[in-house]
Design a protein around this ligand. Structure first.
Ligand SMILES: Cc1ncc(COP(=O)(O)O)c(C=O)c1O
Length: 397
């Protein structure tokens, strides 16, 4: 079959493999009276978006313009709202005309960026572990990943000195993302400042994937836009999926150096038209009418984090309490290590025995092996019931 080498390098992807296992479990559960699937494997929240956003979308749905293709020029009201948000949020003046781009999710943006800035064989630095689209995007561009392992004992801080100056000179792109999925670490702004300074010194692009910018639970989230060098080397990706719970609507944006925005825009001109004006109206309403939405989410996620951590610790599974919202990042329990199970084998066995789905850490790169990601995307009562199911099963091992 004529399948490209790029696709074979991509592999099946952790979310797709997990999806198959979950749907197989769900159909077995229905026919055999097993406990229903409790899906804690995706950062797709049960929490609701602001009504103002949904009302704005609904109000625009019947408009003929909402059904038309939306070319870049027509996204200006959206881009202007983003520029106003950047001014309020970071005190940074951004040019809506040249420095902002609408995206169909930040995943889309991070996956397409390498095609816009790299040639085949170019090297790009990724954190290990990292969000899967960072690596996937490099494979699509036939670029070479250079992995920078993150060390739990160093608080998942990137050690930029691990690469020699020659290796830095050899890079064309570096992709970072703090607050960091999957290690659930807020990170520090000084890390980004250092990355930006190195990007300028060694002449590479710095992409910062920042969908969790409003979901730090401890400290202030880093943002590339606050680094003095962002216009010299950088592009930052933001999303409506996490802070405004609009994941299914696929709305996000990039802010960055004019030449990077222009390159990504040119690439996207081949691939897609923009989201409907109706969806853009919802995004504008979220930014303008519900700027504090993420604040209430943080309170809820903090409670979920603490209650789920307590519940897991009560069944003997130690938890490092994370500094950002939405997930727990758990070390494989001793029972798994005794059986020499890796993270994927553990997740498959857990799902089979309990109906609770987690994400194996190996789906985020070799550095994620030995870890599991649990998404706090159900109410506390469901999470605690899940912890009880997990605890009963671990006790049988
Ligand atoms: C680091 C990171 N980037 C991107 C995404 C995808 O976000 P979006 O829904 O905007 O595509 C996620 C989703 O979990 C993520 O964790």
């Amino acid at each position: 079959m004529p399948i490209s080498e790029r696709l074979s390098r991509l592999g099946s992807g952790i979310f797709a493999r997990n999806d198959q296992r979950k749907s197989a479990y769900a159909s077995r559960a229905a026919s055999r009276g097993l406990p229903p699937l409790l899906d804690l494997s995706l950062g797709s929240t049960d929490l609701q978006p602001p009504e103002a956003a949904i009302e704005a979308i609904a109000a625009q749905l019947g408009q003929p313009a909402s059904a038309s293709y939306c070319l870049h020029a027509a996204t200006l009201p959206f881009r202007s709202a983003v520029a106003d948000w950047a001014q309020r949020r970071f005190g940074v003046k951004v040019d809506a005309e040249t420095e902002v781009l609408l995206l169909v999710g930040s995943q889309e943006g991070t996956a397409h960026l390498p095609l816009a800035v790299l040639n085949p064989g170019d090297r790009a630095l990724l954190l290990d572990p990292c969000y899967p689209s960072h690596l996937g995007g490099l494979h699509l561009a036939s670029a070479e990943p250079v992995l920078l392992p993150l060390d739990p004992e160093a608080g998942w801080r990137p050690d930029f000195d691990a690469l020699s100056p020659e290796q830095w000179d050899d890079l064309k792109l570096m992709v970072l993302g703090y607050p960091h999925n999957p290690t659930v670490t807020t990170g520090q702004h000084s890390w980004l400042d250092e990355a930006a300074a190195r990007a300028v010194r060694h002449g590479l692009v710095l992409a910062h994937d920042n969908p969790y910018v409003d979901l730090a639970l401890d400290g202030e989230a880093p943002a590339l836009l606050r680094s003095p060098h962002w216009r010299d080397c950088g592009i930052e990706f933001f999303s409506f999926s996490k802070g405004w719970c609009l994941g299914g609507y696929r709305l996000a944006f990039a802010i960055g150096a004019e030449w990077l925005i222009s390159a990504l825009r040119q690439l996207k001109g081949v691939v897609d038209f923009n989201q409907s004006l109706a969806l853009q109206a919802g995004a504008i309403a979220a930014l303008e009418q519900a700027p504090h939405w993420p604040e209430q989410l943080r309170q809820e996620y903090r409670q979920r984090r603490d209650r789920m951590a307590d519940a897991l610790e009560a069944v003997g599974w130690p938890v490092r309490r994370p500094s950002m919202a939405l997930y727990l990042w758990l070390e494989l329990p001793p029972q798994a290590r005794e059986r020499s199970w890796g993270s994927e084998a553990f997740c498959a066995a857990l799902l089979e025995a309990t109906g609770v789905a987690l994400t194996p850490g190996n789906g985020f790169g070799p550095g994620g092996e030995g870890w599991l990601r649990l998404a706090l995307v159900h109410p506390v009562a469901d999470l605690e019931a899940g912890a009880a199911r997990i605890g009963s099963w671990l006790a049988t091992l």
